[in-house]
Design a protein around this ligand. Structure first.
Ligand code: NAD
Length: 275
């Protein structure tokens, strides 16, 4: 497993396991399979309604806590200073942990206007040592600029939709300039057609790998953190078996040329669910 070092010195696995849309009663099995396959980073959220199942898998695995990297996220309806502090405590309870490794604000919801005070509450959680790092998700250049300008605290991570159809080159450049790690959600395009793109087939054939492995390799070689999801044991294993080959410059360029602005998820400028 390769790691990235966040802007506060905390080390995070570059590849983790996402559990969006995994029901709580299946999350324990899926996360157990992932831990057995070698994943050490798990990405959940309040809104996924499976923090308890993730927590049960972590407890059952019996791995040293410091070998695991657990991320959860603050849901939109819990934004605001005091609500954030309460929501964080409830999330820790559901996970059965005394700290998380990364706590993310799930969406900025600029129309609601509470993300700065929410971030200030997250700074307190960080100062208390209950989150080893704090970051955001679905922030844009505009919302990041305001957040950093008003608080002076740069998020460790911005977790954003990013895959070959939405390469986010502008936002990635902003992250690099400010020391924010880019974490890619829906890295496989949610399995909705991207993996059948004809441009991926010859690259996969050349390396004797699957299209999913080629796409995950592209994320890793960009230097991003990536959190593919699957509940199928063979795919869970396939998705972590991506450290034994390398894409060349022509492969990287060909995949980079697939960027056509397609979003599989909501647009952060307008999304305000749960407000
Ligand atoms: P993904 O891009 O990881 O795709 C998952 C789907 O792709 C699977 O359900 C399956 O249908 C298919 N798939 C997986 N492995 C495959 C393989 N090896 N071969 C063929 N098909 C395969 O989609 P995702 O779940 O949307 O994103 C990953 C994680 O990102 C989520 O589980 C969640 O943790 C996170 N996420 C975060 C946000 C956010 O707003 N912060 C939003 C969406 C997702």
């Amino acid at each position: 497993m390769q790691n990235v070092t966040l802007n506060n010195g905390v080390v995070m696995p570059q590849l983790g396991f996402g559990v969006w849309q995994v029901p709580d009663d299946e999350a324990q099995t899926a996360v157990t399979t992932a831990l057995q396959a070698g994943y050490r980073s798990i990405d959940t959220a309040r809104i996924y309604d499976n923090e308890a199942g993730v927590g049960r898998a972590i407890a059952a695995a019996g791995l040293p806590r410091e070998e695991l990297f657990v991320t959860t996220k603050l849901w939109n309806s819990d934004q605001g200073h005091d609500a954030t502090l309460r929501a964080f405590d409830a999330g820790l309870d559901r996970l059965g942990l005394d700290h998380v490794d990364l706590y993310l604000m799930h969406w900025p919801m600029p129309g609601v206007g509470k993300y700065v005070e929410t971030w200030q509450a997250m700074e307190k959680i960080y100062a208390d040592g209950r989150a080893r790092a704090i970051g955001v998700s679905n922030f844009t250049v505009e919302t990041l600029t305001r957040l950093i300008g008003e608080t002076g605290v740069v998020p460790a991570v911005n977790q954003i939709e990013l895959h070959p159809y939405l390469a986010q080159n502008g936002l990635r450049a902003f992250h690099d300039e400010h020391g924010i790690a880019t974490e890619d959600w829906s890295p496989l395009g949610q399995g909705k057609g991207l993996l059948d793109d004809p441009a991926l087939k010859p690259i996969a054939g050349k390396h004797g790998r699957t299209a999913a492995q080629v796409v995950l390799r592209w994320h890793l070689q960009l230097g991003n953190i990536v959190i593919p999801k699957s509940v199928t044991p063979s795919r869970i294993e396939e998705n972590i078996d991506v450290f034994g080959f390398e894409l060349d410059a022509a492969d990287m360029r060909a995949i980079g040329e697939l960027d056509n602005g397609t979003r599989f998820g909501p647009d952060p400028e307008t999304f305000a669910a749960g407000a």
